[in-house]
Design a protein around this ligand. Structure first.
Ligand code: FAD
Length: 538
């Protein structure tokens, strides 16, 4: 018997570590609520994690098995559970963040001390952070060069899905938990009313948990705590569905249509132009090899439908930047986003300090303005810049924000409000369901001109023209900013130029701009020049 430790890979399909252990022996799956990880969590992400775990547990139950759930320090919990099961080995998939690597080193040592074998696999990316380097052997800091190597590499096929015969029977897991509970195991919390705060109802379709109180958790079979039991509240945001089935449905829908026009539509937030699979990928409810294989099938379909790519694939296959892109080029553009995810993963892996520090240091340091009232208005979505406010409100409502709008609101915070990107990163971390340390940090440092391959400091988005270009009919804005519904799009995009009377007539509830973009643009240029040790007036 072997123990498989789920972390950011809540799935049975295309799971490299899980498939490797199932190939050898009977598998017992386990998830551990770890306080060190929970210390960095948020209401949104705890709710979403619980939904993902419920879906995973149901997938195990469908196969006659279940998910072992515990709460405690994994370095204590895992050896104890492995011993109780008489398991030969504990297996997991690697997580490349600094926190995860420190935790995993502790677990490895504890298992070693307990005489239990351990094995870690690469799973969450197609190409490991160490495998793509410059010719000089350094990690890449420029995406374009990274992408060229990324796209040339062979990709593994999806790992096989587990079936019932690979898994320990549910009754064995129940016996193990009884043994652990009877042993009064201090590494596993067993105090208090052990049934409070957990949900061990039979599998249901809605994958939900109930609020049963705030007791600490016992190790259990399929017992999932409520957010309250973990110290979190139910979020206000409406978070979408979780689990592998939902992820596949989302991807299939996108690959049936959206992917073939991806590069035309992806920047328009009112269109359904992107896949919206980021949250599923963050929790590992769908494997990246499965996603990639599906895009390759879409690519083959695009090529077979496109006479140009049939006659001369080099001319139109991804390298054509004209408006007349063939469908294969759109699919390739989408694959490019998967590469961005891996690019930022390797940036974080090689530079774990970027979580709190600028990747690119400025000689004199950046003297951020950091006005608390302006930052608060940004967080509330009340800056008086309609596209910015729509994005910030989408974030609160859906725990998600469209990529183009993420770029706009991040530029606005750093270059119009002159606020440190860390304020934005922390806010996104709290509210995004798809928050991923590497991608979120990469996105923020890009916008703030402090990252790898970042926007040059003098490239400053104009929030009005961005809104006008990417939401011309103000459909997206009207969806999330009800005060502006029914207002002429021209007035919306010209809000900064309206007189107080015009504003009062058009949308009395909607605020005037908190800052003047032109003035702040100049102030931002001066701030960055000073940071570079240059004359701000030069
Ligand atoms: C300030 C800022 C913060 C961001 N924070 C996050 C975050 O916490 N988590 C996150 O997954 N993405 C983040 N992104 C990247 C991007 O906005 C989201 O991945 C994307 O909006 C998710 O929607 P989608 O699944 O429809 O994307 P699609 O356009 O359909 O892309 C498919 C997948 O590719 C990956 N991807 C796409 N764009 C990027 C990108 N620029 N960088 C890295 N990976 C990308 C994601 O996994 C995404 O699901 C951030 C971008 C910015 C500018």
């Amino acid at each position: 018997m072997e123990l498989f430790w789920h972390r950011r890979d809540l799935r049975l399909a295309d799971n490299v570590g899980l498939a490797a252990t199932a190939d050898r022996d009977t598998v017992v799956p386990v998830f551990v609520f770890d306080d060190d990880v929970l210390a960095h969590a948020s209401d949104v992400r705890v709710r979403r994690l619980l939904d993902g775990l419920a879906a995973l547990r149901d997938d195990y139950r469908d196969r006659g098995s279940d998910l072992l759930v515990a709460h405690g320090d994994p370095a204590t919990v895992l050896p104890r559970v492995a011993e109780a099961l008489d398991a030969d080995r504990v297996v997991w998939n690697r997580d490349y963040s600094g926190l995860a690597r420190r935790r995993d080193a502790g677990v490895r040592q504890a298992l070693h001390d307990a005489g239990i074998r351990r094995e870690a696999h690469h799973d969450s990316v197609l190409h490991t952070p160490d495998s793509i380097r410059t010719n000089a052997g350094d990690p890449y800091s420029v995406y374009t060069y990274y992408w060229r190597k990324w796209t040339d590499r062979e990709v593994d096929p999806p790992a096989p899905t587990l079936d019932a015969s690979d898994l320990a029977d549910r009754s064995e897991l129940v016996d193990t938990v009884d043994t652990l509970r009877a042993g009064d195991d201090d590494g596993l919390r067993a105090d208090g009313d052990e049934r409070q705060g957990v949900d061990d109802r039979p599998a249901t379709d809605d994958h939900s948990t109930t609020d049963g109180g705030s007791a600490t958790l016992t190790p259990g079979v399929g017992d999932l705590p409520t957010p309250a039991a973990l110290g979190f509240a139910e979020p206000d945001a409406e978070i979408g569905p979780a689990g592998t089935d939902a992820a596949r449905e989302r991807l299939d829908t996108f690959l049936a249509h959206g992917v073939f026009t991806y590069d035309d539509d992806r920047d328009y937030p009112a269109r359904e132009g992107t896949s919206r699979i980021s949250t599923f990928m963050k929790y590992g409810e769908i494997g990246v090899r499965e996603v990639y294989a599906a895009t390759e099938r879409a690519m083959a379909e695009a090529r077979s439908d496109d006479p140009d790519t049939q006659s001369d694939s080099d001319e139109t296959d991804g390298s054509d930047d004209s408006d007349e892109k063939g469908p294969a080029a759109h699919v390739e553009e989408f694959q490019g986003q998967l590469a961005w995810r891996e690019f930022y993963t390797q940036v974080l892996y090689h530079n774990p300090e970027v979580v709190t520090e600028n990747y690119k240091e400025y000689e004199e340091g950046i003297d951020w303005r950091d006005d608390p009232e302006e930052i608060a208005a940004w967080k509330r979505g009340e800056t008086g810049y309609p596209i910015v406010d729509a994005g910030m409100r989408q974030l609160r409502q859906e725990a998600f924000m469209h990529n183009r709008v993420r770029m706009i609101v991040a530029s606005f915070l750093t270059k119009d409000l002159l606020a440190d990107w860390r304020h934005g990163y922390d806010h996104f971390r709290e509210h995004l369901a798809d928050h991923d340390t590497a991608n979120d940090n990469g996105g923020w440092q890009w916008a703030a001109s402090t990252g790898t391959d970042a926007q040059p400091y003098f490239r400053i988005f104009n929030p009005m023209t961005q809104g006008e270009r990417y939401d011309p009919d103000a459909e997206y804005i009207s969806e999330y900013v009800p005060e502006l519904r029914g207002v002429d799009p021209e007035v919306i995009h010209g809000w900064h130029e309206c007189s107080p009377t015009q504003r009062a007539n058009a949308a009395p509830e909607y605020p005037a701009p908190v800052v003047d973009h032109s003035e702040r643009r100049e102030a931002a240029l001066a701030m960055y020049k000073r940071a570079r040790g240059e004359d701000p007036d030069g």
